[in-house]
Design a protein around this ligand. Structure first.
Ligand SMILES: Cc1cc2nc3c(=O)[nH]c(=O)nc-3n(C[C@H](O)[C@H](O)[C@H](O)COP(=O)(O)OP(=O)(O)OC[C@H]3O[C@@H](n4cnc5c(N)ncnc54)[C@H](O)[C@@H]3O)c2cc1C
Length: 479
């Protein structure tokens, strides 16, 4: 589908996660849209506590196996590092240690190649950066770690979560909630965006002629938001509003937090984030007296039957579809306050491997229990919107004559692009998708059954797990 024929008089953005909010900012600050009414609707007041963009931390890295994403992430990271985006503790550069079990992973090998090439360019005679000024301050920015001993030295926790890998000291992490708050305030200050609190129950689809048109959205409290142009950025909930079978799927990822003391925080906060690509298990550098343990895995699906979201209402109930949709600590009924047993076991093992009792720092005045034996202070399921090859989906929906633009498919790696993705999305709306992303981000010609998806090669752990079935196998509160 081609670009909108002209600048729309009204735009409705559904979802105020990183994709929706950054699009709102880009539109609100672009002179071309100065006459356009911009409305942003979200089912909760900002910040949406179970959205994927809100959490304690998100990894910010150019370490990608795909050179196109590596270069895009590198552009974003320059802004995190050297502009207001990363100021006031929003961005911290503690490094990223990509590890693997024996045998390694192709993703890790390709990623190392890409970051080395980018670093060589940064230090080339033509570039302004000298080795002394580079992030390593004279030390190598990227170090290959051939042995467990190398990993232990670099991690500094007394343990490790892999047997080999590399560290990129110029990667870091962002305080996700603080970054989102910063972006939200930037949008609010433009005074160009009307924020609406409400849950979209359906897109308002005009079926009256052979060419279907989206005329805005219907809310579950009966309100109607009309717009000439609708941008759907509802993250893992997008599948409730569009038929995304074979195109994008919501998958629950496990997260848990352990409280540490001020002293332990100081002893550990310089450790790089450690991500094992074989198991998917990772720990982000500790922040705000918390260690966050998580798994970049294939996740759990949560199959749910819903009326067809794109058929007229009278037909929708007779043609239900089955899709995976988020069930979170805020849905009704909420999730239990513990994770399935296999998840708890995985995260516990990660914790013991990385912070072995007796070797990791332990502030006995804070807790008699070493870090690895402390109960989780909290757990959470956070949802990825996965695509067959881990690509974002940023394109017009082909069935609605240019009235609907879809921005989703974060595939577990969308957050880091916050400083630039809004402008890139507006470029795509205007038919100027960067050439290297044209194929990757387009609405696909074919739907591919989910069990045939290969992903981007960065995920570890088991495939095919279903949330309800895993909970039935058991789990214990706050283990
Ligand atoms: C556990 C976890 C770890 C991650 N780690 C990283 C990382 O380290 N680095 C990285 O770059 N990325 C990471 N990601 C991915 C990144 O967080 C996501 O790609 C990104 O946040 C997705 O943003 P979004 O705007 O698409 O979705 P969301 O942030 O989920 O926003 C969607 C919004 O839509 C709203 N909404 C939904 N349905 C409706 C409706 N019917 N009506 C109105 N509003 C609605 C929701 O309330 C929400 O605010 C991680 C994701 C998870 C879950």
């Amino acid at each position: 589908m081609s670009a909108t024929p002209r600048t729309p008089s009204s735009v409705l953005i559904i979802g105020s996660g990183v994709f929706g909010l950054s699009t709102a900012y880009a539109l609100a600050t672009n002179p071309k849209y100065k006459e356009t009414d911009i409305t942003l609707v979200d089912r909760s007041d900002f910040p949406s506590r179970d959205s994927s963009s809100i959490d304690t931390s998100r990894i910010i890295r150019p370490d990608y196996a795909d050179p196109a994403y590596a270069a895009l992430a590198n552009r974003a990271q320059e802004l995190w590092r050297s502009s207001e985006w990363g100021a006031n503790g929003r961005y911290t550069e503690t490094g990223l240690c990509i590890t693997a079990d024996a045998g390694g992973t192709n993703y890790g090998i390709q990623s190392l190649k890409n970051v080395r090439e980018m670093e060589a360019k940064r230090l080339s005679p033509d570039a302004k950066v000298t080795r002394k000024e580079s992030r390593g301050f004279g030390k190598p920015v990227i170090e290959v770690l051939d042995t467990e001993e190398d990993l232990r030295r670099v991690l500094g926790t007394g343990g490790t979560n892999g047997v080999q890998g590399y560290v990129n000291w110029s990667s870091g992490w962002g305080d996700a909630e603080a970054c989102m708050e910063y972006l939200y305030q930037k949008v609010a200050r433009t005074q160009r965006v009307r924020f609406v609190s409400g849950t979209v129950s359906r897109l308002d689809i005009d079926h009256s002629s052979t060419t279907k048109i989206i005329r805005g959205a219907l809310l579950n409290d009966g309100r109607h938001l009309s717009a000439e142009f609708t941008i759907l950025a509802a993250g893992a909930w997008t599948a409730a509003l569009l038929d995304l079978r074979g195109i994008a799927q919501s998958n629950a990822q496990i997260v848990s937090y352990i409280t540490i003391s001020e002293r332990e925080q100081r002893a550990l906060e310089k450790m790089p984030t450690a991500l094992n690509l074989t198991t998917g298990l990772f720990v982000i550098s500790p922040s705000a007296k918390h260690i966050k343990l998580a798994r970049h895995g294939h996740g759990y699906t949560n199959p749910t039957t819903i009326p067809h979201p794109e058929l007229p209402l009278e037909e929708a109930y007779h043609n239900p579809i089955n899709v995976s949709l988020p069930r979170t600590h805020l849905t009704d009924p909420p999730l239990p306050d513990y994770l399935p047993a296999e998840a708890t076991a995985d995260l516990r093992k990660l914790c013991t491997d990385l912070y072995p009792p007796g070797a990791a720092p332990h502030d006995k005045t804070f807790s008699p229990l070493p870090i690895a034996q402390r109960p989780f202070a909290g757990t959470r399921l956070c949802y990825y919107t996965d695509r067959p090859h881990g690509e974002f989906l940023i394109d017009y929906h082909p069935s609605y004559d240019g009235s609907l633009f879809v921005v989703t498919g974060g595939s577990g790696h969308g957050f880091k692009f916050m400083p630039i993705i809004g402008d890139v999305i507006v470029q795509c709306i205007e038919g100027q998708t960067p050439p290297e992303f044209k194929e990757k981000w387009k609405w696909p010609e074919q739907r591919v059954p989910e069990d045939q998806w290969v992903g981007d090669g960065s995920r570890g752990g088991a495939k095919g797990m279903v949330l309800e079935e895993e909970y039935k196998k058991g789990g214990k509160a706050r283990l």
